[in-house]
Design a protein around this ligand. Structure first.
Ligand SMILES: [Ca+2]
Ligand SMILES: [Ca+2]
Length: 240
Protein backbone atom coordinates (compact mmCIF):
# COMPACT_ATOMS: atom_id res chain seq x y z
CA UNK A 1 0.00 0.00 0.00
CA UNK A 2 1.28 3.38 -0.93
CA UNK A 3 0.54 6.64 0.71
CA UNK A 4 1.28 10.23 -0.10
CA UNK A 5 4.83 11.46 0.14
CA UNK A 6 5.87 14.78 1.61
CA UNK A 7 4.64 16.65 -1.46
CA UNK A 8 1.37 14.80 -1.56
CA UNK A 9 2.35 12.53 -4.46
CA UNK A 10 1.31 8.92 -4.17
CA UNK A 11 4.67 7.41 -5.06
CA UNK A 12 6.43 6.45 -1.88
CA UNK A 13 5.79 3.41 0.32
CA UNK A 14 4.18 4.31 3.58
CA UNK A 15 7.07 3.70 5.95
CA UNK A 16 9.48 5.46 3.64
CA UNK A 17 7.23 8.45 3.65
CA UNK A 18 7.15 8.45 7.42
CA UNK A 19 10.89 8.23 7.63
CA UNK A 20 11.53 10.94 5.09
CA UNK A 21 9.02 13.19 6.71
CA UNK A 22 10.45 12.65 10.16
CA UNK A 23 13.93 13.54 8.97
CA UNK A 24 12.75 16.56 7.05
CA UNK A 25 10.77 17.66 10.00
CA UNK A 26 13.76 17.57 12.31
CA UNK A 27 16.38 18.92 9.94
CA UNK A 28 14.66 21.40 7.68
CA UNK A 29 12.32 22.91 10.17
CA UNK A 30 14.82 23.38 12.94
CA UNK A 31 17.36 24.73 10.48
CA UNK A 32 14.79 27.10 9.08
CA UNK A 33 13.91 28.37 12.50
CA UNK A 34 17.52 28.88 13.40
CA UNK A 35 18.10 30.83 10.21
CA UNK A 36 15.18 33.16 9.90
CA UNK A 37 13.21 33.54 13.10
CA UNK A 38 13.90 36.07 15.81
CA UNK A 39 16.23 35.08 18.58
CA UNK A 40 14.61 33.04 21.32
CA UNK A 41 13.79 34.81 24.50
CA UNK A 42 14.91 33.32 27.73
CA UNK A 43 13.11 30.08 28.46
CA UNK A 44 11.38 29.76 25.10
CA UNK A 45 12.13 28.80 21.53
CA UNK A 46 10.12 30.04 18.54
CA UNK A 47 7.49 27.52 17.57
CA UNK A 48 7.58 25.64 20.83
CA UNK A 49 5.25 27.85 22.82
CA UNK A 50 5.44 27.11 26.52
CA UNK A 51 6.14 23.39 26.32
CA UNK A 52 8.28 21.71 28.89
CA UNK A 53 11.37 20.46 27.08
CA UNK A 54 12.11 17.97 29.82
CA UNK A 55 9.11 15.96 28.72
CA UNK A 56 9.18 16.24 24.94
CA UNK A 57 7.12 13.23 23.84
CA UNK A 58 8.46 10.42 21.73
CA UNK A 59 7.84 10.57 17.98
CA UNK A 60 6.19 7.14 18.03
CA UNK A 61 8.56 5.93 15.30
CA UNK A 62 9.11 2.18 15.82
CA UNK A 63 11.06 1.12 12.73
CA UNK A 64 14.83 1.22 12.26
CA UNK A 65 16.81 1.65 9.04
CA UNK A 66 20.30 1.26 7.65
CA UNK A 67 22.07 3.38 5.04
CA UNK A 68 21.49 1.23 1.97
CA UNK A 69 21.02 3.72 -0.89
CA UNK A 70 17.51 3.78 -2.29
CA UNK A 71 16.46 1.06 0.11
CA UNK A 72 14.22 2.52 2.72
CA UNK A 73 12.66 -0.72 3.86
CA UNK A 74 12.84 -0.97 7.63
CA UNK A 75 15.14 -3.50 9.25
CA UNK A 76 13.58 -6.65 10.71
CA UNK A 77 14.79 -5.65 14.14
CA UNK A 78 16.33 -2.50 15.50
CA UNK A 79 20.09 -2.70 16.09
CA UNK A 80 21.28 -3.18 19.64
CA UNK A 81 23.82 -1.01 21.39
CA UNK A 82 27.22 -1.54 19.81
CA UNK A 83 25.79 -2.69 16.49
CA UNK A 84 25.87 -0.58 13.33
CA UNK A 85 23.09 1.98 13.06
CA UNK A 86 22.28 1.83 16.74
CA UNK A 87 21.10 5.09 18.21
CA UNK A 88 18.32 6.09 15.84
CA UNK A 89 14.92 7.39 16.83
CA UNK A 90 13.23 4.04 17.43
CA UNK A 91 16.06 2.98 19.75
CA UNK A 92 14.95 5.63 22.16
CA UNK A 93 11.51 5.71 23.75
CA UNK A 94 11.64 7.94 26.75
CA UNK A 95 8.27 9.62 27.04
CA UNK A 96 5.66 7.61 25.21
CA UNK A 97 2.70 9.51 23.87
CA UNK A 98 0.21 9.54 26.73
CA UNK A 99 -3.11 11.29 27.21
CA UNK A 100 -5.95 11.66 29.69
CA UNK A 101 -9.51 12.52 28.74
CA UNK A 102 -10.79 15.45 30.75
CA UNK A 103 -14.55 15.48 31.28
CA UNK A 104 -15.48 19.11 31.00
CA UNK A 105 -18.77 20.92 31.45
CA UNK A 106 -21.69 20.31 29.08
CA UNK A 107 -20.32 16.86 28.30
CA UNK A 108 -17.45 18.45 26.38
CA UNK A 109 -14.25 16.45 26.55
CA UNK A 110 -10.73 17.77 26.33
CA UNK A 111 -7.49 15.81 26.04
CA UNK A 112 -4.62 16.38 28.45
CA UNK A 113 -1.16 15.46 27.19
CA UNK A 114 0.45 13.77 30.19
CA UNK A 115 3.92 14.67 28.91
CA UNK A 116 3.69 18.29 27.89
CA UNK A 117 0.84 19.39 30.13
CA UNK A 118 -0.91 20.92 27.14
CA UNK A 119 -4.68 20.45 26.91
CA UNK A 120 -6.22 19.93 23.48
CA UNK A 121 -9.61 20.33 21.99
CA UNK A 122 -9.93 16.95 20.30
CA UNK A 123 -12.02 17.91 17.27
CA UNK A 124 -11.74 20.47 14.49
CA UNK A 125 -14.52 23.04 14.20
CA UNK A 126 -17.71 22.38 12.29
CA UNK A 127 -17.17 25.80 10.75
CA UNK A 128 -20.40 26.05 8.79
CA UNK A 129 -22.42 24.51 11.65
CA UNK A 130 -24.17 21.97 9.47
CA UNK A 131 -23.46 19.12 11.85
CA UNK A 132 -21.07 17.46 9.42
CA UNK A 133 -17.31 17.73 9.49
CA UNK A 134 -16.06 17.85 5.91
CA UNK A 135 -13.79 19.85 3.61
CA UNK A 136 -16.14 22.80 3.61
CA UNK A 137 -15.10 23.33 7.23
CA UNK A 138 -11.75 24.92 6.36
CA UNK A 139 -10.63 28.46 6.90
CA UNK A 140 -7.78 30.93 6.75
CA UNK A 141 -5.19 31.38 9.47
CA UNK A 142 -6.85 34.51 10.83
CA UNK A 143 -10.16 32.70 11.14
CA UNK A 144 -8.44 29.75 12.79
CA UNK A 145 -6.95 32.07 15.41
CA UNK A 146 -10.30 33.70 16.06
CA UNK A 147 -12.14 30.40 16.29
CA UNK A 148 -9.76 29.17 18.95
CA UNK A 149 -9.43 32.33 20.96
CA UNK A 150 -13.16 33.07 20.90
CA UNK A 151 -14.26 29.59 21.81
CA UNK A 152 -15.34 28.10 25.10
CA UNK A 153 -14.95 24.36 25.42
CA UNK A 154 -15.07 21.95 28.33
CA UNK A 155 -15.46 24.93 30.64
CA UNK A 156 -12.31 26.73 29.48
CA UNK A 157 -12.18 29.99 27.58
CA UNK A 158 -8.42 30.37 27.10
CA UNK A 159 -8.01 28.25 23.98
CA UNK A 160 -5.55 29.37 21.34
CA UNK A 161 -4.06 28.19 18.08
CA UNK A 162 -1.01 26.00 18.85
CA UNK A 163 2.54 26.82 17.96
CA UNK A 164 4.27 24.66 15.38
CA UNK A 165 6.11 22.29 17.69
CA UNK A 166 3.24 22.12 20.11
CA UNK A 167 1.06 20.62 17.40
CA UNK A 168 3.91 18.38 16.32
CA UNK A 169 3.96 16.72 19.74
CA UNK A 170 0.61 15.04 19.12
CA UNK A 171 1.60 13.64 15.73
CA UNK A 172 2.23 9.89 16.10
CA UNK A 173 4.73 8.49 13.59
CA UNK A 174 3.79 4.91 14.41
CA UNK A 175 0.43 5.51 12.75
CA UNK A 176 -0.76 6.50 9.33
CA UNK A 177 -3.57 8.61 8.02
CA UNK A 178 -4.41 10.01 10.44
CA UNK A 179 -1.09 10.13 12.26
CA UNK A 180 -2.64 10.75 15.64
CA UNK A 181 -4.12 8.64 18.42
CA UNK A 182 -7.72 8.23 17.32
CA UNK A 183 -8.74 7.05 20.78
CA UNK A 184 -8.38 10.66 21.84
CA UNK A 185 -8.45 12.88 18.75
CA UNK A 186 -11.27 12.87 16.23
CA UNK A 187 -10.23 14.63 13.05
CA UNK A 188 -12.98 13.43 10.76
CA UNK A 189 -11.68 13.85 7.20
CA UNK A 190 -9.51 16.84 8.12
CA UNK A 191 -5.77 16.41 7.78
CA UNK A 192 -4.22 19.90 7.37
CA UNK A 193 -3.95 22.03 10.48
CA UNK A 194 -2.78 25.58 11.04
CA UNK A 195 -0.25 26.72 13.59
CA UNK A 196 0.52 30.16 14.94
CA UNK A 197 4.21 29.94 14.06
CA UNK A 198 5.62 31.94 11.17
CA UNK A 199 8.77 32.26 9.13
CA UNK A 200 10.10 35.03 6.93
CA UNK A 201 11.73 32.96 4.16
CA UNK A 202 13.40 35.90 2.40
CA UNK A 203 14.23 37.82 5.53
CA UNK A 204 12.53 40.97 4.27
CA UNK A 205 8.96 40.57 5.45
CA UNK A 206 7.58 40.18 1.92
CA UNK A 207 6.37 36.61 2.36
CA UNK A 208 5.53 35.72 5.92
CA UNK A 209 4.46 32.07 5.89
CA UNK A 210 2.72 30.10 8.59
CA UNK A 211 3.38 26.54 9.61
CA UNK A 212 0.90 23.80 8.88
CA UNK A 213 1.08 20.13 9.77
CA UNK A 214 -0.39 17.42 7.62
CA UNK A 215 -1.71 14.46 9.59
CA UNK A 216 -2.03 12.15 6.60
CA UNK A 217 1.65 12.02 5.64
CA UNK A 218 3.42 13.54 8.63
CA UNK A 219 4.69 16.34 6.48
CA UNK A 220 4.96 19.89 7.69
CA UNK A 221 5.07 22.93 5.51
CA UNK A 222 4.48 26.66 5.29
CA UNK A 223 1.66 28.52 3.63
CA UNK A 224 0.31 31.96 3.07
CA UNK A 225 -2.27 32.68 5.72
CA UNK A 226 -5.05 32.84 3.15
CA UNK A 227 -4.89 29.09 2.56
CA UNK A 228 -7.80 27.11 3.97
CA UNK A 229 -7.09 24.53 6.64
CA UNK A 230 -8.46 23.36 9.98
CA UNK A 231 -7.56 24.04 13.57
CA UNK A 232 -7.02 22.02 16.73
CA UNK A 233 -7.01 24.43 19.63
CA UNK A 234 -4.80 24.13 22.66
CA UNK A 235 -4.59 25.70 26.07
CA UNK A 236 -2.17 25.71 28.95
CA UNK A 237 1.53 25.38 28.97
CA UNK A 238 4.33 23.62 30.73
CA UNK A 239 3.35 21.02 33.28
CA UNK A 240 3.81 21.86 36.91
CA1 LIG B 1 11.95 7.71 19.75
CA1 LIG C 1 -19.63 21.35 8.55
Amino acid sequence: MNTGDCKGNKVVPEKVSLRICAILLLVISVTTFAAVTPAATSGSVPGFGSMDFRHLPDTGLTKCYDDTPNNEIPLDTCPSEGEPFYGQDANYVRYRLSYTIIEGVNGEQAVLDNNTGLMWRPRPFDYNSDGILDYRDRYSLDVAKELCSNSTWAGYDDWRLPEFYELLTIMDYSRSDPMIDTDYFHLGPMRYFWTNTWIDPFGDGTAILYGALIFSSGYNTWFDKSADYSALCVRGGARN
